[in-house]
Write a protein that binds this ligand. Structure first.
Ligand code: ANZ
Ligand code: ZN
Length: 916
């Protein structure tokens, strides 16, 4: 998925109506100049050459056929998925991080005996390719293919073990044929439809723009023209049909981060309340205005109604003739407003001349039109309660609707602040005042129910639920995407392309100017076709699908990537879904994951795949565990005087901790920030690997921070990982000549052996746990370092001890998922013939975990006098403990020959108190 796609343009995006501001991001495009922080560290002297060892093993793995088989294929399948990248042409550290994590998990699972699926592919449609075509004259297909080749090459350097036999590219006809097929399935199920929607229109280039192509001032990124809002027919997926399921089933996602779940809940935004009818008082029309409110308890405070500017009532025929012209002029002016978001923020409105009847207060109240009421939420009309809603309050003031704002709810503890502040609305729940008739004195919560009951009785209202979630606008007036498989016929209207005619191929021979209609619309020989129903001349749909459609089902295709009959075989998909663990950036927390959930649920409902009973999370949820990885931040230098970002060549970093600005000799300001071109703080993964080796880099990434936290990239500390790997390799080499010795029985181990065996097993237990449940690879690595320190500090055990050998082999095996090449090298040094990945993960021996010795605190009359290590078997043996204490010098001193009145053994033998 594209970190890059969301980063592909340096513009700010404001999602309409949500108030969510997406942070501006920066382009990292294949061929553009990109500054990398220099990795000019003093050359380190290391006794091994990581690159040559890594190359040796990569070669061997390639030719080793038996590696493809799982170690012990009795266990079930395990699907490890990392979000597929947008082929920008260049890997960045974020990619390296995500694939290192997924590779570690999948190698571990393979060694555990699972039949693992770890696929990779390309999210290959999208705007940057089209822009490359417009700006540089390269065909999007060519640009994309080149980038894929380049990135695959870079990936191969990272030693990531992807199953390339499952590779997919969303821009290939073999893939998008099925994206089109799924579109048709949804169409057939009534889940894809067309309606008018507002799009960003560039009046200079005469083209539709994506939201990302409109800057915060509302100007086109290319022409600089102020973008207009135009209504065009667009295609939608009916996500709202699944709103309730998408919301409810979030509770099933036990293994998703809470933060992501909350973001999804907020996005879906369920709101419960009521719909009220207000009868219009007009000779011209017999109608009522329906409003949606979340606060039925404020019905007595309704002092006016407000309609959205494109509410169906707002027409010349419906409005009183004195006001009609001015209202329509107001609405027209709004359409021309450059910045609609600002317009919606504005509380200016216009009186329609209409009045409506509030059935509770029995008053006629004025009806207004204003842009702060959105046409696509609720009923597109609101009841104005200035006393209790902030927006209504402001509207009332700005337009001088009424001068007595009527407070119908007051704070519960009314004694204290009985006087309501009339300069602000009171928006909380409270107690209904005497202005609420028979509902006076009720708490808001109860009043909501009672008023609703009364409204139902009078036939003027009913309970209602609203979702903030909107249907998914999926059509794009763009070339580089999957064509929507629809034909428009003058007599039959909208006709789906018959499935046997799929794919609707994207014609390659088109012209890219970036102006006017999309290249597809201008390609007449492609557009003109025959209606599949009546065979008369017809036209193809020229819109293509949003790339989120491509990525909303790719994980299903991986389960059966070469299927020529269907998008995937249902039994195959059912066997592998839900994805066991999905790893990717948190920037996809909302849209991608929501769309993938929607498509999965829609296909699941059609039984395109099903669930093996008992497998969580169920109900067509596609992803079981979600691991959202944090960003990689780069070391950033700024001039302390000007705050200007400094380029790598302006800073002398030969002393890593004390960099100097070359021109002035001053110390720059140092911070860690999101890597970006404009901050010159990017790090090129390929050169990092070249310089430091793959395995040290992988370990470094995993060690510096837990997966979900920000990683502050400092390649100066990779050397720590290099040194440790060298140490483990040496440790393995000490065993080279030793003959392999079996593990002795627990009870025949010496105490030194017993303790090392315990330590090793304790480490296996902890690490296995972390690899299965917490993914805290940083603690895994520190546990491995502790184990290797323990092994090398145990001087009493020789290389030919079975316990010692067990400790070293376990250490190397547990290192293998994270540092595959060096672990193989160690494994070979240990005299092993088969690849380490053909061996299984070490199992821990629960019997070994108990400590054989007790650290025992000896007290005399409650005062601590002595610490002693005793054998565990003696823990309850009072006379033996007494003998040992008396036998020691200190014990002898405190006890001398005095008789023992009482001997108290507490804490399972860890505390012994002699009362004398
Ligand atoms: C009267 C009222 C009184 C309201 C009060 C709120 C507080 P949520 O909870 O987010 O769903 N509303 C309804 N439709 C709207 C539209 N199309 N455009 C703008 N605002 C709209 O918000 C529901 C509330 O948002 C509704 O409840 C309505 O204002 C407003 F003390 O009705 B309320
Ligand atoms: Zn026809």
């Amino acid at each position: 998925m594209s970190f890059l796609k969301t980063q592909s343009v340096t513009l700010n995006v404001l999602r309409k109506g949500s108030g969510t501001t997406h942070t501006p991001a920066t382009i990292i495009v294949g061929s553009s100049k990109y500054y990398y922080a220099t990795t000019s560290q003093p050359q380190r002297k290391l006794p091994i050459n990581f690159t040559s060892i890594e190359e040796k093993w990569q070669q061997r793995w390639k030719s080793n056929k038996s590696l493809k088989a799982t170690v012990n294929p009795i266990k079930s399948s395990y699907y490890v998925l990392s979000m597929f990248p947008y082929p920008s042409g260049m890997l960045h550290m974020g990619h390296v991080r995500v694939y290192t994590i997924s590779d570690t998990i999948q190698r571990f699972r393979k060694m555990k005996g699972y039949d693992v699926l770890h696929p990779m592919g390309w999210d290959a449609f999208g705007l940057p390719a089209e822009n490359a075509a417009i700006e540089r004259g390269i065909h999007p297909a060519e640009w994309t293919t080149k980038n894929i080749t380049a990135m695959k090459e870079q990936m191969s350097k990272l030693c990531i073990d992807f199953d390339w036999s499952k590779e997919i590219a969303t821009c290939s006809p073999e893939y998008y044929k099925w994206t089109q097929y799924i579109f048709l399935e949804l169409y057939k199920a009534g889940l894809a439809y067309q309606k008018e929607a507002i799009v960003n229109w560039d009046p200079v280039d005469k083209t539709v723009l994506a939201n990302e192509q409109v800057d915060p001032e509302g100007r086109s990124w290319r022409s600089g023209a102020l973008v207009e809002r135009k209504k065009l027919k667009q295609w939608f997926f009916k996500v709202t049909e699944f709103a309730e399921d998408l919301l409810k089933d979030i509770d099933r996602l036990e293994n998703w981060p809470d933060r992501v779940k909350q973001m999804q809940r907020n996005w879906i935004g369920k709101s419960e309340g009521a719909e009220f009818d207000f009868k219009i008082k007009s000779k011209k029309l017999e109608d009522s205005i329906k409003v949606f409110t979340s606060r039925p308890d404020t019905i007595f405070g309704v002092q006016y109604l407000v309609l959205a500017p494109d509410h169906p009532l707002v027409t010349k025929e419906n409005l009183p003739s004195e006001q009609a012209d001015s209202v329509l002029r107001f609405v027209e002016d709004l359409k021309k407003k450059q910045n609609m978001d600002a317009a919606e923020e504005s509380k200016k409105g216009v009186f329609t001349g209409l009045y409506a009847y509030n059935p509770f207060t029995k008053e006629d109240i004025p009806v207004y039109v204003a842009p702060y009421v959105l046409s696509d939420y609720g009923t597109g009309a609101v009841m104005g309660v200035p006393a209790h809603d902030k927006r209504d309050f402001e509207f009332c003031k700005v337009n001088q609707v009424v001068d007595n704002i009527r407070y119908v709810v007051e704070p519960v503890i009314s004694e204290v602040g009985k006087e309501v502040n009339l300069n602000v609305p009171f928006t909380a729940d409270g107690i209904l005042t005497e202005l609420s008739g028979s509902f006076k004195g009720m708490k808001s919560e109860i009043a909501r129910k009672e008023i609703l009951k009364e409204a139902q009785r009078m036939g003027v209202g009913k309970p209602a639920i609203q979702f903030r979630l909107k249907d998914w606008l999926l059509s794009r007036q763009r070339y580089w995407g999957a064509p929507i498989p629809i034909i428009h016929c003058p007599s039959c209207n909208v006709v789906p392309v018959p499935k046997e005619d799929l794919p609707v191929l994207l014609p390659l021979n088109v012209e890219f100017s970036g102006k006017g209609q999309s290249p597809l619309a201008r390609k007449e020989d492609w557009v003109n076709c025959q209606c599949p129903k009546c065979h008369s001349p017809a036209k193809r749909e020229t819109d293509t699908m949003d790339t989120f459609v491509d990525s909303s089902w790719y994980f299903l295709r991986y389960t059966d990537p070469n299927n020529k009959e269907l998008p995937f075989n249902s039994a195959k998909a059912s066997a592998l879904l839900p994805v066991d663990i999905y790893i990717g950036g948190v920037e996809h927390a909302i849209l991608h994951l929501l769309y993938a959930r929607f498509i999965s649920k829609a296909l699941y409902k059609q039984r395109a795949f099903f669930e093996v009973p008992g497998i969580k999370p169920g109900h067509g949820e596609p992803f079981n565990i979600l691991l959202t990885q944090g960003m990689v931040h780069g070391r950033t230098f700024k001039d302390p005087n000007t705050q200007r970002f400094l380029k790598p060549e302006e800073v002398d970093t030969s002393d890593y901790a004390n960099p100097k600005i070359i021109a002035t000799g001053e110390s720059p300001l140092i911070s860690f920030e999101k890597m970006s071109k404009s901050k010159y703080n990017g790090v090129d993964p390929v050169s990092v690997i070249k310089e430091n080796g793959v395995d040290p880099t992988r370990l470094h990434i995993l060690y510096k921070a837990p997966p979900s936290e920000v990683l502050e990239w400092e390649d100066s500390s990779i050397v720590g990982m290099q040194r440790w790997l060298v140490k483990v390799l040496k440790l393995s080499q000490t065993l080279k000549t030793a003959s392999q010795t079996p593990l002795p029985q627990l009870n025949s181990m010496t105490s030194v052996e017993r303790e090392m065996y315990r330590f090793t097993n304790q480490t296996i237990k902890q690490i296995t746990d972390a690899m299965m449940t917490t993914y805290s690879f940083n603690t895994v690595i520190s546990d491995l370092i502790k184990l290797s320190n323990y092994i090398s500090s145990t001087k009493d055990l020789q290389a030919n001890s079975g316990v010692y050998q067990h400790a070293v082999t376990s250490l190397v095996k547990m290192m293998a998922p994270m540092a595959p090449s060096i672990s193989e090298e160690c494994w070979e040094a240990l005299g092993q013939e088969k690849s380490i990945f053909e061996h299984s993960w070490p199992e821990f021996d629960p019997n070994a975990l108990e400590k054989q010795e007790l650290k025992c605190v000896i007290q005399v009359n409650g005062k601590t006098r002595l610490n002693m290590t005793i054998s565990k078997e003696l823990a309850n043996n009072a006379s033996e403990i007494e003998r040992l204490v008396r036998g020691s010098e200190v014990g002898q001193k405190w006890l001398s020959d005095k008789p023992i009145k009482k001997l108290i053994i507490a804490k399972k033998g860890e505390l012994v108190n002699f009362v004398i």
